[in-house]
Structures are given as C-alpha cells and as structure tokens.
Design a protein around this ligand. Sequence first.
Ligand SMILES: Cc1cc2nc3c(=O)[nH]c(=O)nc-3n(C[C@H](O)[C@H](O)[C@H](O)COP(=O)(O)OP(=O)(O)OC[C@H]3O[C@@H](n4cnc5c(N)ncnc54)[C@H](O)[C@@H]3O)c2cc1C
Length: 442
Amino acid sequence: MNATPTPRGHAVVIGASLGGLLAARPLSESFERVTLIERDELPAAPDHRRGAPQDHHTHGLLARGRHALDQLFPGFTDELVAASAPLADLQADMHWYFDGRPLAPTRSGLVGVAASRPLIEYVVRSRVAAIPGVTFIDRCPGLDLTTSPDRSAVTGVRLLGGGEGAGERVIEADLVVDASGRGSRSPVRLEQWGYGRPREDRVHIGCTYMTQMYRREPHHLDGRIGTVCSSYPGQPRGGIILAQEHDRFIVTLAGVLGEEAPSDRAGMIAYAETYAAPEFAEVIRTAKPLGEPVQLRYPASVRRRYEDMAAFPEGFLVVADALCSFNPLYGQGITVAALEAVLLTDLLAESRDDLWRRFFRGAAELVDTPWALVLGGDLRHPQVEGARTAQSQSFAEYMTRYWSAAHHDALLGTALLRVTNLLDEPASLLAPDLVDRVTAHC
Ligand SMILES: Cc1cc2nc3c(=O)[nH]c(=O)nc-3n(C[C@H](O)[C@H](O)[C@H](O)COP(=O)(O)OP(=O)(O)OC[C@H]3O[C@@H](n4cnc5c(N)ncnc54)[C@H](O)[C@@H]3O)c2cc1C
C-alpha cells in the first residue's frame, strides 16, 4: 500500500458553492493550502445567496449522495438532523407519482434526509472552513486564469477585491479547480488558449420551478415528509413537496417544455389541481405560506465532454455543474459533485500525474448513469430533441409498464428508487425476477 503523500503546494477553487466546497475536501488532503474564491458574500448562517439562485428551490439529496457526503464529512447527516431536518424512509414516508400513479408504499430501508439547500451548503461550508490550511476569499470574482508562457499549464487566478480596498491581483496555484457552475467560462478560455472547446451535449427541457415555503403542521400529508409527482408525456406538469428543518414544507410546482406555474395563490391552487397527486393543492390551500413564491427557469441539461479532449493544460480541472448540469427534477447535482470529490480523493492519493486525464475519465464514468436517467426520462416527451435508438425505445416502453406495475408491487418501487437514488444501475431493473413481476401485473 502506498503511503499518503505529504501535502504540498497550493490549490485554488473558483466558486464556493457545493461543487467547490466538496472539491476542497480532497484537495485539503493533498495540498498544503486550499483557497476558495467566491463572488458572493458568504453568509454566516444558513441563508440565501445571489450566486446560487437555486437555493430558494427544493433540493432533494439522493441516498447515494448522502452516503458520499457522510464519507467526506463523517457525521454530516447527524448534523442536518440536529438542525431539525427530518430523516425518513424514502418509500414509506414519501409518496411518488410516476405516470400519474403512486408507487405502492413499503419500508424500503432507503433513508433520506430532508433539508433546505441553504442548510446543506452551510453545514458543508462550516466543515470545510474548519479544515486547517483552507481559506475563503469571498466578495471576490475570479476574473481570469494565468498560464505558463506556452499555455501548457494554468498557474494561478487573477482576481478582483476580496477585502476592503483590495484591487486586482494574481494568486499563484499548483492546481486551479473551476467550480463556477453551469455558466463556467472554461470552454471559452480553452479555445482562447488554443485547445479548442470540449464537445457539449445538451438536452433542452425548458423547465420552470415556482417554489414557495409553507408552515408544516403534523396533520399535513398524514405526517409523511413529502410527495414527488413526475411529469410524463401529455402531462408537462410535476412537482415536489418536501419537509424542511424548522417545521416547514418547501413546495415546487414545476413545468417542462415551457409550461410555467403562476405565482398567485389562486393560480397555484388551480395549477396544482391538475396533478394526479392531491397533496399539492391541499398543502397550498391549507398551509400557511412563509414568504413569497420564487421562479427559476432551467433551459437545458448540459454535459461537457472534457474526457474527449486530446490535450488540456496541466494544473487545471473542471468539476460539478461546470462539468455537467442535470435537469434539476432528477435531484442529482449534489450527489454527482460529492462522487467527483470521492474520485478526486482516490486519484490524489495515488499521484498528481496526468491528473486531468484521469479525473475527466473517471468523472465521465460517474456521470454516465445519471445522464442516462435524464436522457431516458426527458426523451419520453416526444417534443424533446435527442437520439432515440431502438434499444432506448424498448427500455422506455418497458419502464412505462414497470411504473404501472410498481403501483401494485412495492418491491418494484424499491428497486426503482434504488436506481433513481443512484445506488443501482438502470440495467438492474431488467433482472429476470423483476421482469416476471412486471409481466404479472400488466
Ligand atoms: C432549480 C434547481 C434545483 C436543483 N435541485 C437539486 C436537487 O434537488 N438535488 C441536487 O442534488 N441538486 C440540485 N440542483 C443542482 C445543484 O444546485 C448543483 O448541482 C450544486 O449547487 C453544485 O453546483 P456547483 O457548485 O457546481 O455550481 P453552483 O451551485 O451554480 O455554484 C457556482 C458558484 O460559483 C460562484 N462563481 C461563479 N463565477 C465565479 C467567479 N468568476 N469568481 C468567483 N465565484 C464565482 C457563484 O457565485 C456560485 O457560488 C438544482 C439546481 C437547480 C438550478
């Protein structure tokens, strides 16, 4: 077994949202110093930030992501629970509507924690801030990257501000990690440096969230922690209700293909009444609203194929949403960012050699399944453009029967939730015993 290399050098992370924070964890084991640069002022408590407008909206943490977060930050789940985030069985204590029909409930053993996005980020940020050698520079936009004269390596970050009267300056780094989110400028920079842009895959879904917080009373949803109602062909509306810390529910009325929920109470109730799940209209009608509804538009999932690039500067990586941003309805972004951080831990423990190639190759493998789930789900809408193969069509047809059967057979529901929580591969749903159970109900 190799001894863990002694930490050396300086790593700089651009963006201190969840992608940057999670990447900082493995970097802190390999680099003597880690600096996170963030454009926003970072709040001293769980609170909203301008640079993360999605933090007003429902964030589900998949079971696989929660496990990875507990691995990176032992006791992470306990900390959320201590902050009053509910912990519950994902099938017994939640309702799931697929194709307009609820999954049969059962105790699945899949445990989820329901916390607000600001709380999740705050807990992770506090953990990262406590690591020796980690520094945050907030209120500080990273302006540009510096490179070696031949542009074969990234050498630092040119930044503006980061303190009273601070002007423009350069901080040098042995590794720069771009965690600036889906608006990342890395493709443009790489082109300017002569590497060309990474190939980009896009799935246009035209998704809009309308989200509002409500007071949660014990009688709501008969004590369950939430309901998820997916959109499907012919029904572009869906949504999520999820309990949050401090006795609250967050309710998102979502629409895809340009469908948008209104923001007035009567309009929201009328919109929610078109759902198969009666809980949405019920909560909006009976629960006390806390604050105003907030809208966010998400046009398309974007996957940047850095793993296909023939050349890439040394000392540079791109992670999390900057690498791949998923339709938020699948709740995968934080989980994939956490899995990338686990991957980075393993790679850095081996060596720093050829890091970009090893990281992008490994990350592509991690992204393949969640990306396939997004493709499989979104391409069921005939209006969504993308390649439909005979194999994908036949799997989609099987899944339509599967969801229908899972309305009666709770074991099928558990197997399905294990896949959507990224614990099992989609191919596991084709196991002969599951195929038999689907056939028995259809
Ligand atoms: C509506 C919505 C709902 C979502 N729901 C879920 C969910 O249910 N479950 C889930 O797992 N994921 C969800 N996601 C995805 C999740 O929010 C992201 O995957 C997660 O935040 C990690 O993203 P990131 O850190 O890479 O990028 P972001 O969160 O976008 O953060 C980028 C950060 O970089 C900073 N920044 C940008 N440019 C600069 C610069 N030049 N200098 C300094 N700082 C800079 C920004 O201020 C920001 O803080 C959702 C996303 C959206 C949009």
